[in-house]
Write a protein that binds this ligand. Structure first.
Ligand SMILES: Nc1ncnc2c1ncn2[C@@H]1O[C@H](COP(=O)(O)OP(=O)(O)OP(=O)(O)O)[C@@H](O)[C@H]1O
Ligand SMILES: [Mg+2]
Length: 277
């Protein structure tokens, strides 16, 4: 079982597109997958065909301890479940602000319902911020996958993101590692994309071995810009249901294969209760 947060505090870099289509690729490979939509925008839920209307059970209710993850979970395709979100989730940032142990609410809910044990992959679509929702994701997973759009400021944002994972690793979840960077919205053949990718490679290879990103892999698959990927959400379909032969489907299928093939330490431990600060 692997737990992966798809994270980047920068907006619009393809976190949701990657969460949904990577999850769908893994599900099509026969893995049982649960997507947790941790963004109050609810885009991952929409993308997978769910409209979490007010009053329906969502991940907000899980945070508020008003329902179990099983009550909120919906099966959307073979092997693929979603715990949806809607704008209600925005309240969590405020409601938990003075709660001791607020970083561990999601982890404890997942551990309690043994969700991690029932899925091969749990994938969390994070919001574009480093607030309490993202910190909850980082405390509930062992892996971070960063979608990165290769442009001039991309690496600047990345250092803040890496600092946050280092802080979480030191204080809250020692099992957390950045395992991969996926280059998304990739413009093949441009100098800028190649330069940013090379800078990233140099940064990773020159990092200290004890940083949580020391072993991060830049996925070979480049997720190319493809209009079908932008159209699929409005049909509530993954790219494989919407246009299964388009370049976007091929790219996400390949990324799925790379994620499946990654050397993941067998029996990698779950974030444990004892990790609590
Ligand atoms: N490879 C791609 N080709 C074309 N369009 C893409 C691609 N990847 C993502 N998009 C589009 O770019 C926009 C941003 O993508 P997405 O919503 O996945 O980013 P995000 O990081 O989740 O954004 P936010 O920070 O708001 O959560 C969306 O309209 C999406 O459909
Ligand atoms: Mg998103």
């Amino acid at each position: 079982m692997r737990t992966i947060a798809i994270m980047n505090q920068k907006g619009g870099v393809a976190k949701t597109t990657t969460s949904v289509n990577l999850a769908a690729a893994l599900a099509r490979s026969g893995k049982s997958v649960c997507v947790i939509d941790l963004d109050p925008q609810g885009h991952a839920s929409f993308h997978l065909g769910l409209d979490a209307a007010p009053g329906s059970r969502t991940v907000y209710d899980v945070f508020a301890e008003q329902c179990t993850v099983d009550d909120a979970r919906q099966l959307v395709a073979e092997n693929l479940s979603v715990i949806p979100s809607n704008i209600d989730l925005a309240a969590v940032e405020v409601e938990l602000s003075n709660t001791p142990g607020r970083e561990f609410v999601l982890r404890d809910a997942l551990n309690h319902w043994k969700l991690q044990e029932r899925f091969d992959y749990v994938i969390m679509d994070c919001p574009p911020s480093l607030g309490v929702l993202t910190i909850n994701a980082l405390c509930a997973v062992t892996e971070v996958l960063i979608p990165l759009q290769p442009h001039f400021f991309a690496l600047q944002g990345l250092s803040k993101l890496f600092e946050t994972t280092a802080l979480v690793t030191r204080r809250l979840n020692r099992d957390l590692r950045v395992t991969g960077v996926a280059l998304c919205l990739y413009e093949s053949g441009t100098r800028l994309a190649a330069d940013v990718t090379e800078d990233l490679r140099l940064f990773l290879t020159s990092s200290d071995a004890d940083t949580p990103w020391a072993k991060a892999k830049i996925f070979k698959t480049r997720i190319r810009r493809n209009i079908k990927l932008a159209e699929a959400p409005s049909f509530g379909q993954s790219i494989f249901d919407y246009a299964k032969t388009c370049p976007g489907a091929r790219d996400y299928a390949e990324l799925g294969d790379e994620v499946l093939a990654m050397a993941q330490a067998a029996g990698s431990p779950l974030p444990l209760q004892q990790n609590a600060a």
